[in-house]
Write a protein that binds this ligand. Structure first.
Ligand code: DX5
Ligand code: ZN
Length: 218
């Protein structure tokens, strides 16, 4: 499978959101990564439903919505209605993760589970067969432009083993601090999806940078 590139809208220029959405449409990116932060689960607030709907209005690629919020169950249907194609909840935010995942899938979205840098891959053992995506945080969630945590490589290796052992179809998404240097080693370690915020939006030519990430060959 060729890898997937998901630019993170968190680093877009919100005063020119339509322009940035069109830029991603015109690039070789595969998904829009959409970060939702509530100021409780993470120490930052990003944006809510009206903005997700506005992105959906112009986006020509799937919305990969990453919920960094407490009590995500309350909003699963609303995010579906707002246009999420893939909905990812944090393992650390869910008491009944299996139920949450089944709910997401039952209304037609793909289900993802995100894990923080301190959360062991072993905790995914009994859910990995039910999910479409693991969002492995390679920074502590809350902000764009942070430094990549190197232990992520060990976690990708463990997760790849788990996915194989359980015959799961889950993709491994790496979120945080992805750049043009670590993209290749991450893909070599087993990543399938690379999220990139700062790397794309701080580039003088974002379309070209997305193209460079997409054309990496293993
Ligand atoms: C961090 C978010 C990330 C963020 C990535 O909490 O979940 O998706 O936008 O941004 P960069 O690529 O700049 O680290
Ligand atoms: Zn994210």
């Amino acid at each position: 499978m060729q890898h997937i590139i998901a630019p993170s809208i968190l680093s877009a220029d919100f005063a020119n959101l339509q322009r940035d959405v069109e830029m991603i449409n015109s690039s070789n990116a595969d998904w829009f990564h959409v970060d939702i932060m509530d100021g409780v689960f993470v120490p930052n607030i990003s944006f809510g439903f009206p903005v997700v709907k506005a992105i959906k209005k112009y986006a020509k690629k799937p919305l990969d919505v990453h919920l960094m919020i407490v009590e995500p169950d309350k909003y699963i249907q609303t995010f579906c209605d707002a246009g999420a194609d893939i909905l990812t909840v944090h393992l650390e935010a869910c008491n009944h993760l299996h139920r949450t995942v089944q709910h997401i899938k039952s209304i037609g979205m793909q289900a993802g589970v995100a894990i923080n840098p301190h959360t062991s891959v072993d905790l995914l053992k009994d859910i990995i067969s039910d999910i479409d995506l693991v969002c492995m945080m390679s920074v502590n969630p809350g902000f764009g432009g942070q430094k990549f945590i190197e232990n992520t490589y060990n976690k990708i290796i463990s997760l790849t083993e788990l996915i194989k052992a359980k015959n799961s179809k889950a993709k491994i998404e790496i979120d945080g601090g992805v750049d043009l240097k670590n993209a290749l080693p991450l893909l070599k370690a087993g990543a399938n999806v690379l999220v990139a915020g700062n790397t794309v939006f701080s580039s003088s030519n974002p379309v070209q940078t997305i193209g460079e990430l997409k054309s990496i060959e293993l």
